[in-house]
Design a protein around this ligand. Sequence first.
Ligand code: NDP
Ligand code: 8X3
Length: 260
Amino acid sequence: MLKDKIVFITGASAGIGTACAEAFAREGCRLILAARRLEKLDTLAEKLAADHGTKCHTIELDVRDRERVNDVIENFPADWAGIDILINNAGLSRGLDKVQDALHTDWEEMIDTNVKGLLWVSRAVMPGMVERDKGHVINIGSIAGRQVYPGGNVYCATKYAVRAITQGMRIDLLGTKIRCSSVDPGMVETEFSEVRFHGDKEKGAQTYQNFPPLKAEDIAETVLFCATRPPHVNIHDVLIMPQDQAAVYASHPRGIGKDL
Ligand code: NDP
Ligand code: 8X3
């Protein structure tokens, strides 16, 4: 069903983005892989080529840089221009501080990446989808876009924004054949927490010690599910949580190594 489809994944150098690349590569897709760490993308592209014969186009891209986003997308080689699926995954959290204590630079980074970056990429890709009257935009939201938790303030605000933007996209695309979905995970073990704590690996790892978190592959499978429904079906959103996480800050402390 997805053979030879062109899938553009932002934030493909780690975590959920990498897992999505692997999932769509297994389906025979061609992949545009974007992130700031080009060497990671190139290594991933080599692995996917060896494992599945996947054709990849890798791009060093900071989604916050609107001019570069436009330039890159306008100038894709002709055989990469017809993007079928856009996975807006690039995103991050910074800090877990109270509003009265937080760093404004953390706020700017989150808003510029999670909200404005998603918009810049979507604005550049969606006109081509509308012209071709086909495509699927899949935004990675979060449980944090549905519930606010202590210290989550601005990160949660960005994910509430993603939820609003996804709903807005669906309304704006009404009458076209373009689908728009969001996949909203609870806690997933990736580089996310290390990034949240500004590179503190130990503190990042502690986040995942209380109960078995989701794996990036769980999210990739869910994204793939959204992308493989028949054309008359649009999955609006999927909330996916670890079994031991009933709400964003209500979890069962099962303990380390105690798998379900
Ligand atoms: P990771 O930190 O493992 O991966 C984040 C990815 O985003 C990396 O590939 C990173 O690449 C990329 N990225 C960050 N900033 C930019 C930027 N300015 N331009 C381009 N790429 C960027 O985290 P996850 O895989 O967990 O996060 C992916 C998405 O999932 C995010 O939107 C996150 O908010 C969301 N999410 C995560 C959850 C979790 O618990 N982990 C739960 C719910 C949602 P590079 O640094 O190379 O640019
Ligand atoms: C990431 C999940 O719970 O850390 O979006 O906000 S959480």
